[in-house]
Design a protein around this ligand. Structure first.
Ligand SMILES: *[C@@H]1O[C@H](CO)[C@@H](O)[C@H](O)[C@H]1NC(C)=O
Ligand SMILES: *[C@@H]1O[C@H](CO)[C@@H](O)[C@H](O)[C@H]1NC(C)=O
Ligand SMILES: *[C@@H]1O[C@H](CO)[C@@H](O)[C@H](O)[C@H]1NC(C)=O
Ligand SMILES: *[C@@H]1O[C@H](CO)[C@@H](O)[C@H](O)[C@H]1NC(C)=O
Length: 212
């Protein structure tokens, strides 16, 4: 009979083998690249931000450029970026395989095509969402604080100490990127995010050690 230890290890290994990080760039051309994404349950969507000042919001498919019901979905906050990529990214876990539409809530970016969809289906497609979005004048920003994901360092997908200088004082280096205007909300998002990240990394690391 397999021991609990090997059982837990097998699950951890299966998880490590299957969960992918999918990078999606909010580009300086006001598009998401890629705009159609195929993701599995447990995958991580990692949004990377180029200039100028984009956000990403999980949208209600029926009402383009509007967020999902409060308490569901995600919102990254705004990432004002002057060149290259912002040094922070927004990471969201995918739960299940249902379609998830998303958009930038900056100005008219959603209407002009800055939208995307995860796991489109026969009746929920990027083309249809985009077409209906293009008829709108504005989009909805769901409040001021990010939710539904975590703000992380651009290169922190392996662990916390991998980068040089901004992991220890993320809050003080937040001036360059992250949600603007309200630095305390940015801090809140970061704090809760890093706690859950280290808990899950810790659990995985433990199971991984047990597997060896
Ligand atoms: C980024 O966009 C948001 C929403 O329009 C705005 O409140 C904020 O001031 C902008 N930040 C910068 C630095 O332009
Ligand atoms: C973000 O990470 C990517 C891949 O590791 C790297 O090529 C890029 O230069 C990084 N950008 C910043 C602003 O740190
Ligand atoms: C899309 O099709 C599925 C399966 O037929 C159905 O359950 C769902 O309600 C449909 N969604 C929309 C937005 O029409
Ligand atoms: C998946 O669930 C997590 C934990 O509840 C949540 O933070 C995240 O926003 C969810 N993902 C999506 C795409 O809604």
């Amino acid at each position: 009979m397999p021991s609990l230890k090997s059982f837990v290890s097998a699950i951890a290994l299966a998880y490590l083998a299957n969960a992918k990080t999918i990078k999606i760039t909010a580009t300086s051309d006001n598009t998401f690249d890629p705009s159609t994404v195929k993701a599995s349950d447990g995958d991580i969507l990692e949004f990377v931000f180029e200039p100028k000042n984009h956000s990403v919001v999980a949208g209600d498919y029926r009402y383009p450029c509007s967020p999902l019901e409060l308490g569901t979905g995600f919102f990254s906050g705004f990432f004002p970026t002057s060149s290259g990529e912002a040094d922070k990214v927004f990471r969201v876990e995918v739960n299940g395989t249902d379609p998830i539409a998303f958009y930038s809530s900056q100005g008219n970016e959603c209407a002009s095509g800055m939208v995307g969809i995860v796991n489109p289906s026969a009746n929920q497609t990027l083309a249809d969402y985009k077409k209906r979005a293009s008829a709108l004048a504005r989009s909805v920003t769901p409040g001021r604080k990010p939710y539904g994901g975590e703000i992380a360092d651009n290169d922190s997908s392996d662990d916390d100490d991998g980068d040089d200088d901004d992991s220890k004082d993320g809050s003080s280096s937040g001036g360059k990127s992250g949600s603007s205007g309200d630095s305390s909300s940015d801090k809140d998002g970061k704090d809760s995010g890093s706690v859950s990240l280290s808990v899950s990394l810790g659990a995985l690391g433990l199971a991984f050690l047990m597997a060896i």
